[in-house]
Design a protein around this ligand. Structure first.
Ligand SMILES: Cc1ncc(COP(=O)(O)O)c(C=O)c1O
Length: 433
């Protein structure tokens, strides 16, 4: 190594057991590598580059804002651009009257949503109700608190450092939720009722869940009726429902919100992040239903857990508006057709050696693999010009495989490159194996 190149190990970040890509440029869903190869981004980066790279709509929004102001803190300066963003975002996800807290990432969105939920229930009932209940298969961010709270076994802190917290109810996914009879159904929501009642509803502020599981178990979708039943159970007990749509929000699963796939599933609070910044900016947004938001101004509620130095950055808002411009300009018929093409291409792998399951919806799929195949398959796929996001067994029983989540703006040719490259990689691997 060049003596002037800093040592990679000093950068304290996750790394995979495959060589890093040396990327020299990117456009849409494609990366150009230093060795001249083209590589399709089959996972939208970290499942966030939802409108591809190099968007001129995003660039021109940022450029225009930069020419005006490059900083304006919302507590001091009229938040014109943040109001515009709030309005556009809330309309985009069909919650036009919601209030919004802006933050700088998904983790902080979850933290702020928890703070807001506690304040709402305090204002409503006059008492502290602090507990936040999560499922055994969930990821809600990388802060000390959210890691301790969530059910991602691979990322849980040492028990001494978990504040005594743990997930509270089994996720409604048959492989991880053991049943005496049959598989998961809406009635799995009874486990949520049991968890609330076991602690006493008077101690519980909210149930926090991913309406569609992201990377912990790999794109599990809940049984029909489950989310509605959870909402009813919580409403009967004055407990709030928070949906973590950090990964799924803004059309990743084919609809503006993942919860839109089921009637009666609307949450009280909803967190968005990856799809809003789309890899262009660090951002998170917490949406609060209009019947609850006024309680946050109530004297008994306590101070708003909002406003960080960079939380209402004008360049952040400009980038998000550019992303919304891109999303709203999509040809939605073509978009839906691309999602179906992706699903059909991936489902055609079912039954091939090494493939345990294919599941998901919209532009979010998981291909679950026999143990030991993940890294060799990733390597072969990369040789064929596509890469994916690995999921590595955070559930119990453990599972591993690929999260397949290309940019929402991918063309039919891009999707067919992805599915062909993956299918060829499976063939090569099983021939060798
Ligand atoms: C469902 C979910 N919640 C929260 C987070 C945390 O978001 P961030 O990495 O932006 O802090 C993630 C990140 O992957 C996520 O997938």
């Amino acid at each position: 190594m060049d003596r002037n190149t800093p040592c990679r190990d000093r950068l304290l970040t996750s790394a995979r057991p495959l060589p890093d890509f040396d990327v020299v440029s990117a456009s849409g869903p494609w990366l150009r590598l230093a060795d001249g190869r083209r590589m399709l981004d089959g996972s939208s980066g970290l499942i966030c580059v939802n409108v591809g790279q190099g968007s001129s709509a995003v660039f021109s929004r940022i450029e225009r804002q930069f020419a005006r102001t490059s900083f304006s803190g919302a507590a001091v300066v009229q938040p014109h651009i943040q109001l515009e963003l709030m309005d556009r975002l809330c309309r985009a996800v069909g919650r036009p009257e919601d209030s919004v807290a802006l933050v700088t990432c998904g983790t902080l969105g979850v933290e702020v949503a928890i703070g807001l939920a506690r304040n709402i229930v305090r204002a409503r009932g006059g008492k502290r109700r602090a507990d936040i209940l999560t499922s055994t298969l969930s990821y809600h961010g990388m802060s000390a608190y959210t890691l301790a709270l969530a059910g991602n076994g691979a990322r849980r802190p040492h028990p001494d450092d978990a504040f005594g917290l743990a997930p509270a109810f089994p996720a409604p996914y048959s492989p991880t939720h053991g049943h005496a009879h049959g598989s998961c159904a809406a009635s799995c929501a009874d486990e949520v009722a049991k968890a609330i009642d076991g602690r006493g509803a008077e101690n519980v502020a909210a149930v926090l869940l991913e309406p569609v599981n992201g990377t912990t178990g790999g794109a599990f979708t809940p049984p029909d009726g489950y989310l509605r039943r959870v909402a009813e159970i919580c409403r009967e007990r004055d407990v709030l429902v928070i949906h973590d749509e950090v990964l799924t929000g803004l059309w990743r699963t084919g609809t503006p919100l993942a919860s839109d796939h089921w009637d009666g599933a609307e949450p009280d609070l909803c967190i968005l992040s990856k799809g809003l910044g789309a890899g262009y900016t660090a951002v998170g947004a917490v949406l609060v239903a209009p019947e609850l938001a006024p309680l946050l101004r109530h004297e008994a509620a306590g101070p708003l857990p909002a406003l960080g130095t960079m939380a209402t950055h004008p360049l952040q808002a400009a980038a998000c508006l550019g992303v919304l411009d891109e999303l709203e300009a999509m040809d939605f018929d073509a978009f839906r057709a691309r999602g179906e093409q992706l699903g059909a291409g991936l489902r055609s792998l079912v039954g091939r050696p090494g493939i345990r399951d294919v599941r998901g919806l919209g532009h979010l799929y998981a291909v679950e693999l026999d143990p030991g195949l993940l890294w060799p398959l990733m390597e072969h796929a990369e040789r064929n010009g596509v890469f994916f996001y690995p999921f590595t067994g955070a559930g119990e029983p453990r599972s591993e495989g690929l999260v397949v989540a290309p940019p929402l703006t991918s063309t039919a040719d891009d999707i067919s490159h992805l599915t062909t490259a993956l299918s060829d990689a499976v063939t090569t691997l099983t021939r060798l194996g």
